[in-house]
Design a protein around this ligand. Structure first.
Ligand SMILES: *[C@@H]1O[C@H](CO)[C@@H](O)[C@H](O)[C@H]1NC(C)=O
Ligand SMILES: *[C@@H]1O[C@H](CO)[C@@H](O)[C@H](O)[C@H]1NC(C)=O
Length: 261
């Protein structure tokens, strides 16, 4: 987390790896596989860490509709009444993975954002379920083949392309702020006739607690329909699967994949 003196060296190595990979991709020509991060310059709020690649499809006031590329994330489910406590536990599990608790014994770099999925219990009562999914974005260089977690309660997820409405806010993302804003965000979007899943909300954190100013936090709500402007990007198989599936578990699997062992 803390910036170390090896940072410039690491950056240089990453730059080398990046350029070599770009060249390899060029030599291979047009390949269908998504290669996350190669031409992507992460926005400043990623704080010079690897973060998932997106393009902005629409902007409405302080809200953006983003299209995220498919990517691998490391994921863990935590049962707890409070998001803050669940987040701390999930974060600790993911940091063990990052620190070497994986089948390669590899130490991975920190990435952004620190991510949690919150599940809505009762939209009117503004309550959440006692289950939280905490996630870590796999660094660009390992996206194609993430090391397998050794812990049973941590999994590799392949997350498909997705369109997400993102609300950005500053300050400290405390439990009360996150929960209040999440339900307000749901009400605002659905009130404007925007079709989003209201069963789950993403919380993306980009800053360490020590950062006092210009903090960047986001709430994510998933669009139900791909935006018409780029609907061709959805392949027909995915569209057919989408049409034939219903139920929250199926939706979750389509969006976030299944745990791979
Ligand atoms: C977390 O729970 C969801 C919903 O039951 C499930 O689809 C997913 O595979 C679980 N993830 C892990 C890492 O166990
Ligand atoms: C919801 O809409 C109100 C009125 O436009 C705005 O003040 C508020 O910031 C919005 N909140 C969220 C979370 O989108």
């Amino acid at each position: 987390m803390a910036r170390r003196s090896t940072a410039p060296l690491v950056a240089a190595l990453i730059a080398l790896a990046c350029c070599a990979a770009t060249q390899a991709a060029r030599l291979e020509g047009s390949q269908p596989q998504e290669r996350a991060g190669l031409s992507w310059s992460p926005p400043s709020f990623c704080r010079r860490k690897d973060c998932p690649e997106f393009q902005v499809l629409q902007t409405r006031d302080d809200v953006e509709l983003r299209r995220y590329k498919p990517a691998h994330w490391i994921s863990t489910n935590v049962t707890n009444a409070k998001w803050g406590d669940a987040y701390d536990e999930g974060y600790a599990r993911l940091q063990k993975y990052v620190g070497g608790d994986n089948d390669k014994g590899a130490k991975l770099q920190q990435t952004n954002p620190s991510f949690t999925l919150l599940y809505v219990a009762d939209e009117k009562a503004h309550t959440l379920q006692s289950l939280f999914t905490v996630e870590y974005f796999v660094p660009f260089e390992l996206q194609d083949a993430p090391p397998q977690p050794t812990a049973e309660d941590v999994g590799v997820m392949h997350v498909s392309q997705q369109d997400v409405w993102v609300l950005t806010f500053g300050g400290y993302a405390t439990e009360d702020v996150v929960v209040d804003r999440a339900f307000e965000f749901i009400a605002n979007l659905t009130g404007d006739g925007i079709d989003v899943f209201t069963e789950f909300v993403g919380v993306a954190l980009y800053d360490q607690p020590a950062r006092l100013i210009d903090r960047h936090n986001e709430l994510w709500l998933w669009a139900k329909e791909p935006a018409p402007s780029a609907s061709t990007a959805f392949d027909t198989a995915a569209a057919a699967t989408q049409a034939s599936m219903d139920g929250l578990e199926a939706v979750m699997q389509r969006l976030f994949g299944a745990k791979r062992k």
